[in-house]
Design a protein around this ligand. Structure first.
Ligand code: ACO
Length: 431
């Protein structure tokens, strides 16, 4: 028998039944699509803590157990056994690619990595000290002004080509934002390099000398991209879906996603972690900061700790901490004071009743900043890197939404607590 749930109005005694939907994994979902029509009431859920906004087959998270899977494959397997291009294919098409499919996909992405030459002018319109995320929002949004040939969201070929363009151009866009801040010439992508190699090459090469990408760092970058590729219906992904629900073009939607990711409670956390570790400055000061994080009257939070969904160790944080050790070893960085502070902070917080009780564990951003810093990536680029990795997830989720026959424009309602109708007062009589 199909599952239902009953809702009763205790005052009138009226009762309604709503269907309960079962997914392949995770909690059941109460189908309240007819709730308003039947009860004349809305549901209230600021921050969507209890609300499923869509049906999806892409990513599954069990936050209590610390499980993350893409299309059924655990993140640990993907991070260890695949490269980023394979994971991107998996997210987009639902299956890992065969060798032939992989070669074609790799070629499709590689041959869209260049930016229109006019983007040189576009970049030079920004101040040199503009934040890379501000530049990325602008440049990605502007892509829609360059690709009129692929903006029909109802045409599957247009959707596919826009998707490829977005994934392919994002490393170029991010690396050029960095080059622009330095006043160095833009470096063009190279077709013989992998996705991760190309990004490092465009970031660090100059026209003056040969630059060889360090394979250990390229491998680490590839893994970091995999770890950030998708994460279910988080704030930026939901932003992309909401923007796309109106029929907006994919470049505009991804620009909206980048804006949402920028905040310190989301993708901006990796930058915030490093700022926090620098502010702590010495292991001796950790207890003082832990005390502040627990103080209700202090806004300070331990950056890189806590997650809306994970109430256990974020599985990506484990892989990130291993990758961090590999990178520091390769770069022969023996003493990294920030890493020492991070490890000690993690140890102290994980033994503290406040963090245990609230199930606050390190999230993916806790170690990523230290790796980026060791690689020579400046702090302001951290979130830009996250955006470049997450673009694959965003476009996969956007495609899924467009193809969903149940898709409607996203339009939440509200609990109105403002003034009720009152008499208009002319300006002269206002006090
Ligand atoms: N340090 C101290 N206390 C915390 C922290 C933290 N990092 N995170 C949550 N808490 C406390 C809150 O004060 C709250 O306490 P209360 O119940 O006594 O009021 C409780 O834990 C629950 O916190 P909420 O903010 O209600 O949880 P929510 O799910 O809304 O927030 C979030 C999750 C935003 C990630 C939060 O944990 C946070 O701000 N963390 C720091 C920023 C960060 O690392 N963000 C990256 C997230 S991962 C990502 O986007 C890639």
């Amino acid at each position: 028998m199909a599952k239902t749930i009953s809702v009763k109005d205790d005052q009138t005694g009226k009762a309604w039944k709503f269907p309960v939907l079962e997914g392949t994994a995770g909690p059941d979902v109460v189908d309240i699509r007819k709730f308003y029509a039947e009860t004349d009431m809305f549901t209230y859920d600021p921050g969507f803590t209890s609300t499923g906004s869509c049906e999806s087959k892409i990513t599954f998270i069990d936050g209590d157990k610390g499980i993350l899977m893409h299309r059924g494959y655990p993140i640990e397997d993907l991070a260890e056994k695949c490269n980023f291009e394979e994971v991107a294919y998996l997210l987009l098409f639902g299956e890992l690619p065969t060798e032939k499919q992989y070669k074609q996909f790799e070629r499709d992405i590689t041959y869209h990595t260049m930016l229109h030459e006019q983007f040189h002018n576009f970049y030079s319109g920004f101040r040199r000290d503009g934040h890379p995320m501000a530049i990325m929002c602008g440049v990605v949004g502007a892509l829609s002004a360059f690709y009129h040939d692929s903006l029909d969201i109802n045409n599957p070929d247009h959707r596919r080509i826009s998707t490829y363009r977005l994934i392919a151009k994002m490393p170029t866009i991010a690396a050029w934002a960095y080059k622009y801040s330095l006043g160095q010439p833009f470096i063009y992508p190279r077709n013989d390099l992998t996705y991760a190699e190309n990004f490092l090459y465009m970031m660090f090469a100059t026209p003056c000398e040969d630059y060889e990408v360090n394979p250990v760092l390229a491998k680490a970058m590839d893994r970091i991209l995999i770890l950030h590729a998708d994460h279910e219906q988080n704030a930026s992904t939901s932003t992309v879906r909401l923007a796309g629900s109106s029929g907006a073009n994919p470049f505009a939607c991804i620009a909206a996603g980048i804006a949402s990711l920028w905040g310190p409670a989301h993708g901006g956390a990796n930058e915030a972690v490093l700022t926090m570790l620098r502010e702590i400055g010495d292991k001796k000061r950790i207890p003082e900061f832990v005390k502040r994080a627990k103080d209700k009257n202090d806004n300070f939070r331990l950056m890189g700790f806590g997650h809306r969904v994970y109430k256990n160790y974020d599985p990506r944080a484990r892989i990130m901490s291993r990758t961090c050790a590999e990178v520091l070893n390769e770069l022969k960085i023996k003493n990294n004071p920030l890493l020492d502070i991070a490890m000690e902070l993690e140890r102290i917080a994980l033994e503290d009743d406040y963090f245990i009780e609230k199930k606050l564990y390190p999230n993916v951003d806790f170690y990523s900043g230290i790796i980026f810093q060791a690689m020579g990536i400046p702090v302001t680029m951290f979130t830009a890197l996250f955006a470049l990795a997450r673009t694959t997830g965003w476009v996969a989720q956007w495609q899924e939404m467009i193809e969903d026959p149940q898709q409607k424009i996203g339009r939440p309602r509200q609990l109105y607590t403002g003034q009720t109708k009152r008499k208009f007062v002319p300006m002269k009589s206002r006090k």
